[in-house]
Ligand binder design. Structure first.
Ligand code: ADP
Length: 487
Protein backbone atom coordinates (compact mmCIF):
# COMPACT_ATOMS: atom_id res chain seq x y z
CA UNK A 1 0.00 0.00 0.00
CA UNK A 2 1.25 3.48 -0.77
CA UNK A 3 1.97 5.84 2.07
CA UNK A 4 -0.95 7.77 3.43
CA UNK A 5 1.40 10.66 3.98
CA UNK A 6 1.40 11.42 0.24
CA UNK A 7 -0.70 14.50 -0.22
CA UNK A 8 -0.98 15.08 3.54
CA UNK A 9 -1.44 18.72 4.45
CA UNK A 10 0.60 20.88 6.75
CA UNK A 11 -0.70 20.82 10.31
CA UNK A 12 -1.05 24.41 11.41
CA UNK A 13 -2.62 24.31 14.85
CA UNK A 14 -2.34 21.83 17.72
CA UNK A 15 -3.08 24.13 20.66
CA UNK A 16 -6.24 25.23 22.38
CA UNK A 17 -8.18 28.14 20.88
CA UNK A 18 -9.52 30.31 23.69
CA UNK A 19 -10.68 33.91 23.48
CA UNK A 20 -9.24 34.27 19.98
CA UNK A 21 -5.73 33.13 21.04
CA UNK A 22 -3.89 29.87 20.46
CA UNK A 23 -2.56 28.62 23.75
CA UNK A 24 -0.89 25.68 25.45
CA UNK A 25 -2.90 23.69 27.96
CA UNK A 26 -2.57 25.12 31.46
CA UNK A 27 -1.61 21.63 32.68
CA UNK A 28 1.07 21.38 29.97
CA UNK A 29 -0.19 17.97 28.81
CA UNK A 30 -0.51 16.81 25.23
CA UNK A 31 -2.09 13.71 23.70
CA UNK A 32 -1.34 11.83 20.49
CA UNK A 33 -3.51 11.70 17.40
CA UNK A 34 -2.66 8.63 15.34
CA UNK A 35 -2.78 7.95 11.62
CA UNK A 36 -5.15 4.96 11.26
CA UNK A 37 -3.46 3.87 8.03
CA UNK A 38 -0.02 3.21 9.51
CA UNK A 39 -0.68 3.43 13.28
CA UNK A 40 2.00 6.13 13.55
CA UNK A 41 1.75 9.34 15.51
CA UNK A 42 0.57 12.27 13.39
CA UNK A 43 1.10 14.94 16.02
CA UNK A 44 0.49 15.69 19.70
CA UNK A 45 -2.33 18.03 20.59
CA UNK A 46 -2.87 20.11 23.73
CA UNK A 47 -4.97 18.32 26.36
CA UNK A 48 -7.33 20.80 27.97
CA UNK A 49 -7.98 20.53 31.70
CA UNK A 50 -10.57 22.12 33.98
CA UNK A 51 -8.69 25.43 34.11
CA UNK A 52 -8.63 25.56 30.29
CA UNK A 53 -12.33 24.82 30.15
CA UNK A 54 -12.94 27.55 32.72
CA UNK A 55 -10.93 30.04 30.65
CA UNK A 56 -12.83 29.04 27.50
CA UNK A 57 -16.20 29.39 29.24
CA UNK A 58 -15.20 32.82 30.59
CA UNK A 59 -14.16 33.94 27.09
CA UNK A 60 -17.43 32.64 25.64
CA UNK A 61 -19.45 34.24 28.45
CA UNK A 62 -17.85 37.60 27.99
CA UNK A 63 -18.27 37.45 24.18
CA UNK A 64 -21.92 36.55 24.75
CA UNK A 65 -22.66 39.18 27.37
CA UNK A 66 -20.51 42.15 26.52
CA UNK A 67 -18.45 41.45 23.40
CA UNK A 68 -19.16 42.74 19.90
CA UNK A 69 -21.11 39.51 19.24
CA UNK A 70 -23.83 40.53 21.69
CA UNK A 71 -24.38 43.81 19.87
CA UNK A 72 -23.92 42.59 16.34
CA UNK A 73 -26.85 42.81 13.94
CA UNK A 74 -28.21 39.41 13.02
CA UNK A 75 -27.49 40.14 9.36
CA UNK A 76 -23.83 40.72 10.16
CA UNK A 77 -23.69 37.42 12.01
CA UNK A 78 -25.07 35.81 8.87
CA UNK A 79 -22.45 37.57 6.75
CA UNK A 80 -19.65 36.26 8.96
CA UNK A 81 -21.04 32.75 8.65
CA UNK A 82 -21.15 33.05 4.87
CA UNK A 83 -17.56 34.30 4.94
CA UNK A 84 -16.57 31.21 6.92
CA UNK A 85 -18.36 29.02 4.35
CA UNK A 86 -16.46 30.82 1.56
CA UNK A 87 -13.15 30.17 3.34
CA UNK A 88 -14.05 26.51 3.81
CA UNK A 89 -14.75 26.32 0.11
CA UNK A 90 -11.50 28.08 -0.78
CA UNK A 91 -9.59 25.63 1.47
CA UNK A 92 -11.64 22.56 0.57
CA UNK A 93 -8.72 20.45 -0.65
CA UNK A 94 -6.64 21.17 2.41
CA UNK A 95 -9.50 20.51 4.83
CA UNK A 96 -10.40 17.28 3.06
CA UNK A 97 -6.78 16.09 3.19
CA UNK A 98 -6.52 16.92 6.89
CA UNK A 99 -9.75 15.02 7.56
CA UNK A 100 -8.48 12.01 5.62
CA UNK A 101 -5.16 12.08 7.46
CA UNK A 102 -6.74 12.20 10.92
CA UNK A 103 -9.81 10.03 10.36
CA UNK A 104 -8.77 7.68 7.55
CA UNK A 105 -11.84 8.29 5.38
CA UNK A 106 -11.31 8.17 1.60
CA UNK A 107 -10.32 11.56 0.24
CA UNK A 108 -12.96 11.19 -2.47
CA UNK A 109 -15.68 10.98 0.21
CA UNK A 110 -14.23 13.88 2.19
CA UNK A 111 -14.26 16.05 -0.94
CA UNK A 112 -17.59 14.94 -2.36
CA UNK A 113 -19.62 14.49 0.82
CA UNK A 114 -18.24 15.81 4.10
CA UNK A 115 -17.00 19.19 2.90
CA UNK A 116 -19.88 20.15 0.58
CA UNK A 117 -22.43 19.14 3.23
CA UNK A 118 -20.58 21.08 5.92
CA UNK A 119 -20.29 24.21 3.78
CA UNK A 120 -23.95 23.96 2.81
CA UNK A 121 -24.89 23.65 6.48
CA UNK A 122 -23.06 26.84 7.46
CA UNK A 123 -24.64 28.71 4.52
CA UNK A 124 -28.09 27.36 5.34
CA UNK A 125 -27.89 28.61 8.93
CA UNK A 126 -26.32 31.90 7.84
CA UNK A 127 -29.63 32.50 6.11
CA UNK A 128 -31.51 31.87 9.36
CA UNK A 129 -29.56 34.42 11.40
CA UNK A 130 -31.95 37.29 10.58
CA UNK A 131 -35.12 35.21 10.45
CA UNK A 132 -35.61 34.23 14.08
CA UNK A 133 -38.87 35.97 14.76
CA UNK A 134 -41.30 35.77 17.65
CA UNK A 135 -45.10 35.97 17.72
CA UNK A 136 -47.62 38.57 18.69
CA UNK A 137 -50.18 36.96 20.94
CA UNK A 138 -53.76 38.13 21.54
CA UNK A 139 -54.30 37.77 25.30
CA UNK A 140 -57.21 38.81 27.53
CA UNK A 141 -57.32 42.44 28.66
CA UNK A 142 -55.71 45.57 27.38
CA UNK A 143 -52.22 44.27 26.78
CA UNK A 144 -49.75 43.93 23.99
CA UNK A 145 -48.11 40.51 24.26
CA UNK A 146 -45.28 39.22 22.13
CA UNK A 147 -42.47 36.68 22.22
CA UNK A 148 -38.81 37.16 21.47
CA UNK A 149 -36.42 34.39 20.53
CA UNK A 150 -33.17 34.89 22.35
CA UNK A 151 -29.94 32.87 22.23
CA UNK A 152 -29.66 30.29 24.98
CA UNK A 153 -26.18 31.58 25.87
CA UNK A 154 -22.88 29.73 26.08
CA UNK A 155 -23.14 26.29 24.54
CA UNK A 156 -20.85 23.31 25.11
CA UNK A 157 -20.59 21.16 22.01
CA UNK A 158 -19.01 17.72 22.16
CA UNK A 159 -18.58 15.79 18.94
CA UNK A 160 -17.39 12.37 17.78
CA UNK A 161 -14.72 11.32 15.30
CA UNK A 162 -16.74 9.82 12.42
CA UNK A 163 -17.53 13.11 10.62
CA UNK A 164 -15.36 15.71 12.38
CA UNK A 165 -15.89 18.62 9.96
CA UNK A 166 -19.52 17.88 9.29
CA UNK A 167 -20.36 17.50 12.99
CA UNK A 168 -18.62 20.80 13.67
CA UNK A 169 -20.77 22.48 11.02
CA UNK A 170 -23.98 20.86 12.32
CA UNK A 171 -23.19 22.22 15.76
CA UNK A 172 -21.82 25.65 14.87
CA UNK A 173 -24.50 26.48 12.28
CA UNK A 174 -27.61 26.77 14.49
CA UNK A 175 -25.60 28.02 17.49
CA UNK A 176 -24.02 30.92 15.61
CA UNK A 177 -27.21 31.80 13.74
CA UNK A 178 -29.00 32.04 17.09
CA UNK A 179 -26.34 34.30 18.59
CA UNK A 180 -24.88 31.80 21.04
CA UNK A 181 -21.17 31.47 21.81
CA UNK A 182 -19.38 28.14 21.74
CA UNK A 183 -16.99 25.97 23.71
CA UNK A 184 -16.35 22.92 21.56
CA UNK A 185 -14.49 19.71 22.22
CA UNK A 186 -13.72 17.60 19.17
CA UNK A 187 -13.08 13.88 19.62
CA UNK A 188 -9.62 12.91 20.83
CA UNK A 189 -9.14 10.69 17.75
CA UNK A 190 -9.74 13.53 15.27
CA UNK A 191 -9.03 17.02 16.64
CA UNK A 192 -7.19 18.51 13.66
CA UNK A 193 -9.91 19.77 11.31
CA UNK A 194 -11.92 21.40 14.09
CA UNK A 195 -8.81 23.40 15.03
CA UNK A 196 -8.31 24.41 11.40
CA UNK A 197 -11.96 25.48 11.15
CA UNK A 198 -11.51 27.65 14.24
CA UNK A 199 -8.54 29.28 12.51
CA UNK A 200 -10.69 29.94 9.43
CA UNK A 201 -13.47 31.37 11.61
CA UNK A 202 -10.93 33.74 13.12
CA UNK A 203 -9.80 34.73 9.64
CA UNK A 204 -13.43 35.29 8.65
CA UNK A 205 -13.66 37.83 11.46
CA UNK A 206 -15.63 36.16 14.22
CA UNK A 207 -14.99 38.19 17.38
CA UNK A 208 -12.72 36.69 20.04
CA UNK A 209 -14.48 34.30 22.38
CA UNK A 210 -17.37 33.44 20.06
CA UNK A 211 -15.80 30.10 19.11
CA UNK A 212 -13.46 28.37 21.56
CA UNK A 213 -11.93 24.93 21.10
CA UNK A 214 -10.68 22.83 23.98
CA UNK A 215 -9.19 19.55 22.78
CA UNK A 216 -8.83 16.53 25.03
CA UNK A 217 -10.36 13.25 26.18
CA UNK A 218 -13.72 12.55 27.78
CA UNK A 219 -12.75 14.23 31.05
CA UNK A 220 -12.25 17.51 29.19
CA UNK A 221 -15.77 17.05 27.83
CA UNK A 222 -17.05 16.30 31.33
CA UNK A 223 -15.49 19.55 32.59
CA UNK A 224 -17.49 21.45 29.95
CA UNK A 225 -20.68 19.63 30.96
CA UNK A 226 -20.15 20.37 34.67
CA UNK A 227 -19.20 24.02 34.25
CA UNK A 228 -21.90 26.28 35.71
CA UNK A 229 -21.19 28.94 33.08
CA UNK A 230 -22.38 26.69 30.24
CA UNK A 231 -26.11 26.98 29.46
CA UNK A 232 -26.55 24.08 27.08
CA UNK A 233 -24.83 20.91 25.94
CA UNK A 234 -25.12 19.52 22.44
CA UNK A 235 -23.58 16.08 22.21
CA UNK A 236 -23.15 13.50 19.50
CA UNK A 237 -21.72 10.11 20.43
CA UNK A 238 -22.46 6.93 22.32
CA UNK A 239 -25.59 6.60 24.46
CA UNK A 240 -23.55 5.54 27.49
CA UNK A 241 -21.66 8.83 27.31
CA UNK A 242 -24.99 10.65 26.97
CA UNK A 243 -26.17 8.96 30.16
CA UNK A 244 -23.12 10.32 32.01
CA UNK A 245 -23.66 13.75 30.48
CA UNK A 246 -27.30 13.76 31.59
CA UNK A 247 -26.23 13.08 35.17
CA UNK A 248 -23.53 15.77 35.10
CA UNK A 249 -25.81 18.29 33.39
CA UNK A 250 -28.51 17.73 36.00
CA UNK A 251 -26.50 19.69 38.59
CA UNK A 252 -27.17 22.94 36.76
CA UNK A 253 -30.21 21.79 34.77
CA UNK A 254 -28.53 22.52 31.49
CA UNK A 255 -30.47 22.21 28.30
CA UNK A 256 -29.30 19.10 26.47
CA UNK A 257 -29.62 17.69 23.00
CA UNK A 258 -28.25 14.33 22.00
CA UNK A 259 -27.65 12.65 18.68
CA UNK A 260 -26.72 9.05 19.49
CA UNK A 261 -26.40 5.67 17.88
CA UNK A 262 -28.63 3.30 16.00
CA UNK A 263 -29.24 -0.17 14.68
CA UNK A 264 -31.20 1.00 11.69
CA UNK A 265 -33.41 -1.39 9.74
CA UNK A 266 -33.04 -1.28 5.96
CA UNK A 267 -36.04 -3.19 4.60
CA UNK A 268 -36.29 -4.56 1.07
CA UNK A 269 -39.65 -5.82 -0.21
CA UNK A 270 -39.80 -8.21 -3.16
CA UNK A 271 -41.47 -5.56 -5.33
CA UNK A 272 -38.54 -3.13 -5.02
CA UNK A 273 -36.17 -2.04 -7.75
CA UNK A 274 -33.68 -4.71 -6.78
CA UNK A 275 -30.52 -3.19 -8.23
CA UNK A 276 -31.24 0.14 -6.59
CA UNK A 277 -31.90 -1.64 -3.29
CA UNK A 278 -28.66 -3.61 -3.55
CA UNK A 279 -26.73 -0.38 -4.15
CA UNK A 280 -28.58 1.23 -1.22
CA UNK A 281 -27.81 -1.73 1.03
CA UNK A 282 -24.10 -1.43 0.27
CA UNK A 283 -23.94 2.36 0.58
CA UNK A 284 -26.24 2.42 3.61
CA UNK A 285 -23.89 0.22 5.59
CA UNK A 286 -20.38 0.50 4.20
CA UNK A 287 -20.24 4.27 3.64
CA UNK A 288 -17.65 5.85 5.94
CA UNK A 289 -16.31 2.38 6.85
CA UNK A 290 -19.64 1.63 8.53
CA UNK A 291 -18.95 4.37 11.06
CA UNK A 292 -22.32 6.10 10.75
CA UNK A 293 -24.85 6.43 13.54
CA UNK A 294 -27.59 5.78 10.96
CA UNK A 295 -25.86 2.84 9.22
CA UNK A 296 -28.37 0.37 7.78
CA UNK A 297 -26.84 -2.45 9.78
CA UNK A 298 -29.95 -4.66 9.91
CA UNK A 299 -30.77 -5.47 6.30
CA UNK A 300 -34.16 -7.21 6.17
CA UNK A 301 -34.99 -8.87 2.85
CA UNK A 302 -38.34 -10.42 1.92
CA UNK A 303 -38.03 -14.22 1.94
CA UNK A 304 -38.98 -14.74 -1.73
CA UNK A 305 -35.96 -12.74 -2.97
CA UNK A 306 -33.63 -13.41 -0.03
CA UNK A 307 -31.13 -15.77 -1.69
CA UNK A 308 -30.64 -13.77 -4.89
CA UNK A 309 -30.48 -10.51 -2.97
CA UNK A 310 -27.85 -11.83 -0.57
CA UNK A 311 -25.78 -13.04 -3.53
CA UNK A 312 -25.91 -9.61 -5.16
CA UNK A 313 -25.02 -7.76 -1.96
CA UNK A 314 -22.06 -10.06 -1.36
CA UNK A 315 -20.85 -9.54 -4.94
CA UNK A 316 -21.08 -5.80 -4.45
CA UNK A 317 -19.32 -5.84 -1.10
CA UNK A 318 -16.44 -7.67 -2.79
CA UNK A 319 -15.99 -4.78 -5.24
CA UNK A 320 -15.12 -2.33 -2.48
CA UNK A 321 -11.57 -1.00 -2.80
CA UNK A 322 -9.67 -0.93 0.44
CA UNK A 323 -6.40 0.90 0.71
CA UNK A 324 -4.67 4.23 1.05
CA UNK A 325 -7.46 6.74 1.61
CA UNK A 326 -5.45 9.35 -0.26
CA UNK A 327 -5.81 7.28 -3.44
CA UNK A 328 -8.87 8.77 -5.17
CA UNK A 329 -9.98 5.28 -6.23
CA UNK A 330 -10.15 3.95 -2.68
CA UNK A 331 -13.71 3.45 -1.44
CA UNK A 332 -12.91 2.11 2.03
CA UNK A 333 -10.24 3.31 4.41
CA UNK A 334 -9.26 2.09 7.86
CA UNK A 335 -11.41 2.27 10.99
CA UNK A 336 -10.55 5.26 13.11
CA UNK A 337 -8.49 3.64 15.87
CA UNK A 338 -7.35 0.43 17.55
CA UNK A 339 -10.30 0.37 19.97
CA UNK A 340 -12.88 0.49 17.20
CA UNK A 341 -10.91 -1.98 15.10
CA UNK A 342 -10.73 -4.51 17.95
CA UNK A 343 -14.37 -4.02 18.87
CA UNK A 344 -15.46 -4.72 15.28
CA UNK A 345 -13.31 -7.84 15.00
CA UNK A 346 -14.72 -9.13 18.27
CA UNK A 347 -18.28 -8.64 16.96
CA UNK A 348 -17.34 -10.57 13.83
CA UNK A 349 -16.13 -13.41 16.05
CA UNK A 350 -19.36 -13.27 18.04
CA UNK A 351 -21.40 -13.42 14.81
CA UNK A 352 -19.53 -16.55 13.74
CA UNK A 353 -19.81 -18.23 17.12
CA UNK A 354 -23.50 -17.40 17.45
CA UNK A 355 -24.13 -19.26 14.19
CA UNK A 356 -24.47 -16.56 11.51
CA UNK A 357 -22.99 -17.38 8.13
CA UNK A 358 -20.07 -15.13 7.12
CA UNK A 359 -20.27 -14.93 3.33
CA UNK A 360 -17.46 -12.49 2.69
CA UNK A 361 -14.84 -10.66 4.71
CA UNK A 362 -14.61 -11.39 8.39
CA UNK A 363 -10.95 -10.51 8.88
CA UNK A 364 -8.43 -7.76 9.15
CA UNK A 365 -7.26 -6.42 5.78
CA UNK A 366 -3.47 -6.20 5.44
CA UNK A 367 -0.99 -6.21 8.31
CA UNK A 368 -0.78 -2.54 9.16
CA UNK A 369 -3.47 -0.02 9.92
CA UNK A 370 -6.99 -0.50 11.22
CA UNK A 371 -8.49 -1.98 8.05
CA UNK A 372 -11.39 -4.43 8.29
CA UNK A 373 -12.66 -6.38 5.29
CA UNK A 374 -16.21 -5.57 4.18
CA UNK A 375 -18.11 -8.30 5.98
CA UNK A 376 -21.53 -9.75 5.19
CA UNK A 377 -23.39 -12.17 7.45
CA UNK A 378 -26.44 -14.11 6.26
CA UNK A 379 -28.91 -16.22 8.23
CA UNK A 380 -28.74 -13.79 11.09
CA UNK A 381 -31.47 -13.99 13.72
CA UNK A 382 -32.86 -11.11 15.76
CA UNK A 383 -31.36 -12.35 19.03
CA UNK A 384 -27.74 -12.43 17.83
CA UNK A 385 -25.48 -9.68 19.12
CA UNK A 386 -24.59 -8.63 15.56
CA UNK A 387 -28.31 -7.94 15.00
CA UNK A 388 -28.82 -6.10 18.28
CA UNK A 389 -25.72 -4.04 19.06
CA UNK A 390 -24.32 -1.08 17.20
CA UNK A 391 -21.04 -2.34 15.71
CA UNK A 392 -20.00 0.90 13.98
CA UNK A 393 -17.99 -0.92 11.36
CA UNK A 394 -18.23 -2.59 7.93
CA UNK A 395 -20.33 -5.51 9.13
CA UNK A 396 -23.69 -6.13 7.48
CA UNK A 397 -26.29 -8.56 8.84
CA UNK A 398 -28.93 -9.80 6.42
CA UNK A 399 -32.16 -11.21 7.85
CA UNK A 400 -35.17 -12.66 6.00
CA UNK A 401 -38.80 -11.64 6.65
CA UNK A 402 -42.22 -12.67 5.34
CA UNK A 403 -44.95 -10.11 6.02
CA UNK A 404 -45.39 -6.35 6.41
CA UNK A 405 -46.80 -6.69 9.95
CA UNK A 406 -43.90 -8.87 10.98
CA UNK A 407 -41.25 -6.55 9.57
CA UNK A 408 -42.67 -3.44 11.18
CA UNK A 409 -42.64 -5.15 14.55
CA UNK A 410 -39.10 -6.45 14.07
CA UNK A 411 -37.86 -3.10 12.76
CA UNK A 412 -39.15 -1.53 15.98
CA UNK A 413 -37.80 -4.17 18.34
CA UNK A 414 -34.70 -2.23 19.28
CA UNK A 415 -33.98 0.40 21.90
CA UNK A 416 -32.68 2.61 19.08
CA UNK A 417 -34.76 4.74 16.71
CA UNK A 418 -32.51 6.90 14.58
CA UNK A 419 -33.27 5.95 10.99
CA UNK A 420 -34.92 3.31 8.84
CA UNK A 421 -35.32 2.69 5.12
CA UNK A 422 -37.79 0.83 2.99
CA UNK A 423 -37.46 -0.28 -0.64
CA UNK A 424 -40.74 -0.92 -2.44
CA UNK A 425 -42.73 0.25 -5.46
CA UNK A 426 -45.95 0.13 -3.44
CA UNK A 427 -46.66 3.64 -2.15
CA UNK A 428 -49.20 2.44 0.40
CA UNK A 429 -46.67 0.06 1.93
CA UNK A 430 -44.06 2.82 1.93
CA UNK A 431 -46.30 5.29 3.75
CA UNK A 432 -47.45 2.68 6.26
CA UNK A 433 -43.85 1.83 7.00
CA UNK A 434 -42.96 5.52 7.34
CA UNK A 435 -45.82 6.11 9.76
CA UNK A 436 -45.35 3.04 11.92
CA UNK A 437 -41.61 2.64 12.26
CA UNK A 438 -40.41 4.59 15.28
CA UNK A 439 -37.34 6.40 13.99
CA UNK A 440 -36.41 10.03 13.42
CA UNK A 441 -35.68 9.60 9.72
CA UNK A 442 -37.31 7.28 7.18
CA UNK A 443 -35.79 6.91 3.75
CA UNK A 444 -37.96 5.46 0.97
CA UNK A 445 -36.07 3.97 -1.97
CA UNK A 446 -32.92 5.81 -0.93
CA UNK A 447 -30.44 5.84 1.95
CA UNK A 448 -28.30 8.42 3.74
CA UNK A 449 -29.87 11.39 2.00
CA UNK A 450 -28.95 14.37 4.15
CA UNK A 451 -29.73 18.02 3.69
CA UNK A 452 -29.08 20.96 6.00
CA UNK A 453 -32.78 21.83 5.78
CA UNK A 454 -34.09 18.39 6.83
CA UNK A 455 -34.22 17.64 10.58
CA UNK A 456 -32.26 14.64 11.83
CA UNK A 457 -32.31 12.91 15.21
CA UNK A 458 -33.53 9.97 17.17
CA UNK A 459 -36.52 8.40 18.86
CA UNK A 460 -35.88 6.31 21.98
CA UNK A 461 -32.22 5.85 22.94
CA UNK A 462 -31.00 7.34 19.66
CA UNK A 463 -31.28 10.88 20.90
CA UNK A 464 -33.13 13.88 22.15
CA UNK A 465 -34.03 16.89 20.03
CA UNK A 466 -33.33 17.34 16.34
CA UNK A 467 -30.34 18.67 14.47
CA UNK A 468 -30.48 20.47 11.12
CA UNK A 469 -33.39 22.36 9.62
CA UNK A 470 -35.44 24.92 11.47
CA UNK A 471 -35.85 22.32 14.25
CA UNK A 472 -32.26 22.77 15.44
CA UNK A 473 -32.77 26.47 16.07
CA UNK A 474 -35.18 25.59 18.88
CA UNK A 475 -32.24 23.96 20.69
CA UNK A 476 -30.28 27.19 20.72
CA UNK A 477 -32.98 29.72 21.56
CA UNK A 478 -35.09 30.57 24.57
CA UNK A 479 -38.54 32.02 24.10
CA UNK A 480 -39.25 35.16 26.12
CA UNK A 481 -42.79 36.45 26.60
CA UNK A 482 -43.17 40.22 26.92
CA UNK A 483 -46.50 41.62 28.12
CA UNK A 484 -47.06 45.37 28.08
CA UNK A 485 -50.03 47.20 29.56
CA UNK A 486 -51.83 49.42 27.08
CA UNK A 487 -53.99 51.01 29.78
P1 ADP B 1 -17.54 7.09 20.49
O1 ADP B 1 -17.89 5.75 21.06
O2 ADP B 1 -18.13 7.38 19.18
O3 ADP B 1 -16.08 7.44 20.60
P2 ADP B 1 -18.09 8.69 22.76
O4 ADP B 1 -19.44 8.96 23.29
O5 ADP B 1 -17.15 7.89 23.58
O6 ADP B 1 -18.34 8.09 21.35
O7 ADP B 1 -17.33 10.05 22.42
C1 ADP B 1 -17.93 11.14 21.77
C2 ADP B 1 -17.37 12.41 22.37
O8 ADP B 1 -17.70 12.49 23.74
C3 ADP B 1 -15.85 12.52 22.30
O9 ADP B 1 -15.50 13.85 22.01
C4 ADP B 1 -15.44 12.13 23.71
O10 ADP B 1 -14.18 12.63 24.11
C5 ADP B 1 -16.55 12.76 24.51
N1 ADP B 1 -16.74 12.21 25.85
C6 ADP B 1 -16.41 10.97 26.30
N2 ADP B 1 -16.75 10.82 27.60
C7 ADP B 1 -17.32 12.00 28.00
C8 ADP B 1 -17.90 12.46 29.23
N3 ADP B 1 -17.99 11.70 30.30
N4 ADP B 1 -18.40 13.72 29.25
C9 ADP B 1 -18.36 14.50 28.16
N5 ADP B 1 -17.81 14.12 26.99
C10 ADP B 1 -17.30 12.88 26.89
Amino acid sequence: MTSAIIGAPKIRQTNLFIGGKWQESRGGKRFPTVNPVNEQLIVEVAEGNEADVDAAVKAARSAFESGPWSKMDARDRGRLMNKLADLMEANLDELAALETLDNGKPISDAKAADLPLAIDCIRYYAGWADKLTGDTIPIRGNYFCYTRREPVGVVGQIIPWNFPILMTAWKWGPALASGCTIVMKPAEQTPLTCLRLAELAHEAGFPDGVINIVTGYGQTGAAIVRHPGVDKIAFTGHYETAQKIMIDAAQTLKRITFELGGKSPNVVFADADIDAAVAGAEFGLFFNQGQCCCAGSRLFVEQSIYDTFVEKVVARAKTRRLGDPFDPKTTQGPQVDADQFNKILSYIDKGKSEGAQCLTGGRRFGNTGFFVEPTVFANVTDDMSIARDEIFGPVLSILPFKTTEEIIERANSTYYGLAAAVWTRDVVKAHQFAARVRAGTIWVNCYDVFDAAAPFGGFKMSGMGRELGAAALANYTESKTVTMSLA
